[in-house]
Design a protein around this ligand. Structure first.
Ligand code: GTR
Length: 338
């Protein structure tokens, strides 16, 4: 929250308001912005949040401070997005999946089997398409600042190897709070169960769900591999991550400070990608060393997966279809995707 955030003071009460005013006066004109992160301190996106904060602090000569609250200290992803909407939290780093519930156009960035690989995805995110998609966030009173890498998501479960969609028929699979992810799991013949990230470990352990889907780093850092030791490299989607700031917080800043924040966030992307690549390799190694049953990419019938999810493309609204076509046009030959 900044030193001048009336909506927040209404929530936290008069005593906090008086204390905070005193703090503002003592800090001169210092601006403090709170950033929520679901991952733990040692995760690559958390590192990138701190790098973003460092750049902002350095470039504003200490006038703007971003406080990072990692490990879901401020709540689970969807709830945090709502709080950013109301200005109770200034910023967050989230996956596009839950954010698309607020801005449906974003689904175009997370369609299954959309990108050829990370290079294609990054070409898209850094292009006009990526910038335009950040701009769409303004419809929902968010300001999109940057993208981070989140690798490829694959299914994992407590029961058996998944080589073909039929292997997951009827399984209860946890998904993020996202319509598209629910439709994807349903199209594959399993039963989607939306659930906050922090509840997945115990749901796997107690058998409330049979599986979930994520990238190597999240599968590792949550220790889900301990309770769901079958990981299938089907790589159904690459879901970018985004840093958003509340429109309310942004409006309170000078144009110069807005620009400073936008540039620092964009500049933190390379750092995140580097940290991501290193951590992804380490997480994969640690998981393999732990004895998890990994179904290798060549043992997965990827075509069968692609065919099953084709209806998701067929029912895309016109505007999203246009974006998907632009994304596909940036893929190197031979074109992949359904
Ligand atoms: C992770 C992502 C988180 C969260 C999580 C989930 O890959 O970084 O922001 O969305 O997946 O599955 O809930």
């Amino acid at each position: 929250m900044t030193c001048r955030t009336p909506a927040v003071w209404a929530l936290v009460g008069a005593a906090a308001w008086i204390a905070a005013l005193a703090g503002c006066a003592a800090d001169g004109d210092q601006i403090v912005l709170r950033l929520a992160e679901t991952h733990p301190r040692d995760y690559p996106t958390t590192d990138a949040n701190y790098e973003f904060a460092r750049l902002v602090q350095e470039r504003s000569d200490g006038r703007i401070r971003i406080e990072v609250y990692h490990s879901s200290q401020l709540g689970e992803e969807r709830g945090v997005i709502e709080q950013v909407l109301f200005g109770a939290i200034d910023m967050t780093r989230v996956s596009v999946s839950p954010l698309a519930s607020f801005v449906p156009e974003l689904d175009a960035l997370q369609m299954p089997f959309l990108y050829d690989g990370p290079d294609h995805m990054w070409e898209v995110l850094r292009s006009d398409v990526g910038r335009e998609m950040l701009d769409t966030l303004e419809q929902a009173d968010f300001v999109g600042l940057n993208y981070y890498d989140s690798g490829a998501r694959s299914f994992y479960n407590t029961r058996r190897e998944i080589r073909h969609p039929d292997d997951m028929a009827g399984m209860q699979i946890r998904v993020q709070e996202s319509r598209l992810m629910m439709d994807l799991v349903q199209a594959l013949g399993a039963v989607p169960t939306p659930m906050p990230f922090g509840e997945v470990y115990s749901a796997l352990q107690t058998g409330v769900i049979d599986g979930a889907e994520n990238n190597w780093p999240s599968y590792f850092s949550t220790s889900h591999y301990e309770v769901a030791p079958y990981f299938s490299l089907n790589e159904h989607s690459r879901v970018p991550e985004v840093t958003i700031i509340s429109r309310l917080a942004m409006d309170r800043l000078s144009e110069e400070d807005r620009q400073l924040i936008r540039e620092a966030a964009w500049d933190a992307m390379d750092y995140q990608i580097e940290r991501w690549n290193a951590f992804e390799a380490e997480a994969e190694q640690r998981i393999r060393d732990a004895g998890v049953t990994v179904t290798e990419r060549e043992d997965v019938d990827v075509d069968a997966f692609r065919k099953r999810v084709q209806p998701l493309y067929d029912r895309l609204p016109e505007n999203q279809r246009g974006i998907v076509e632009r994304i596909r046009a940036m893929a190197g030959p031979p074109a992949e995707g359904p």
